[in-house]
Design a protein around this ligand. Sequence first.
Ligand code: NAD
Ligand code: LMR
Length: 338
Amino acid sequence: SVKTLTNSTSSSHLLRRGYGSEAVPDRKVAVLGAAGGIGQPLALLMKLNPLVSNLALYDIANTPGVAADVSHINTRSEVKGYVGEDQLGQALEGSDVVIIPAGVPRKPGMTRDDLFNINAGIVKGLCQAISKYCPNALVNMISNPVNSTVPIAAEVFKKAGTYDEKRLFGVTTLDVVRAKTFYAGKAKVPVAEVNVPVVGGHAGITILPLFSQATPKANLSSEDIEALTKRTQDGGTEVVEAKAGKGSATLSMAYAGAIFADACLKGLNGVPDVVECTFVQSSVTELPFFASKVRLGKNGVEEVFGLGPLSEYESAGLEKLKPELLASIEKGIKFANQ
Ligand code: NAD
Ligand code: LMR
């Protein structure tokens, strides 16, 4: 259940003076797939987050070790490990935010859609459990193909009668992280100051960085913009190839996942003006789901922002991505309703 400062009845239990003199509400975060390549560093980063009071680490194997290890870190949250389906309910119960990096990663030569057959079933099962044990949690979907796993989650929640479009997010933060890094390198501006919206979806050409809106402004040639766009779209593949069969991005993804979960927690806690790009149910285009800038708040999604002015190159990219993104969305919906 979502606890807030205003509606709490037993404030001594709900509030802690975690850091500084500010009261911080209790928040439980569950990571599903916590023993994996993303899960482990993500568990570490969430253990470092002072907004978290309880950290539940769930996987089908190896979570006792990961949880014992992370639990020794002297930060606020209490860490518990849960292993196997029997313990999934306990892991989820009372969660405010559930982060899902469970599932297989790509090997060289594969597309994210090649993961569908295995990951769709994994995500479906986990979302059925979420609808049962923590139907009010904000769900951060990392498992690929995100363009399909988010629609699968929505359908599972609809069937269970728990769907709230404000609480389901496809995590596309890594695309933003990459776009910022690559832009700063090319534009020779301090990376910490860079902002770049990335819209669309999370696979190949469906990833559409809007460098025309990047700040600080820089005078980049159209060749530069094209190269930056392609590199952002192929960022995942760049890592998959460099890892040569040992998986896909894990460390940068854990960083991105931690940033997005932190934004969700801040929103829940009533921090104003928390905005991240994320793949959500959307009416920004004619597609039922689309990534764009979203303001996060006490109910999850507070406002889905439009795309803003696009360059000709970006408008063409937008039209080009729509059929592929729609097909991936429909594939997810169809699977969930079989
Ligand atoms: P990994 O194989 O290292 O870890 C996956 C973990 O999931 C394993 O520990 C496995 O035991 C666990 N798992 C499998 N089935 C499960 C189930 N039913 N319940 C709970 N846990 C289960 O893989 P990884 O590198 O951590 O990647 C995980 C997923 O994240 C992949 O699908 C990958 O494509 C995706 N990914 C997404 C992004 C993104 O930007 N959204 C970025 C990187 C990776
Ligand atoms: C990424 O963008 O790194 C992830 O989606 C993993 C992948 O398969 O590329």
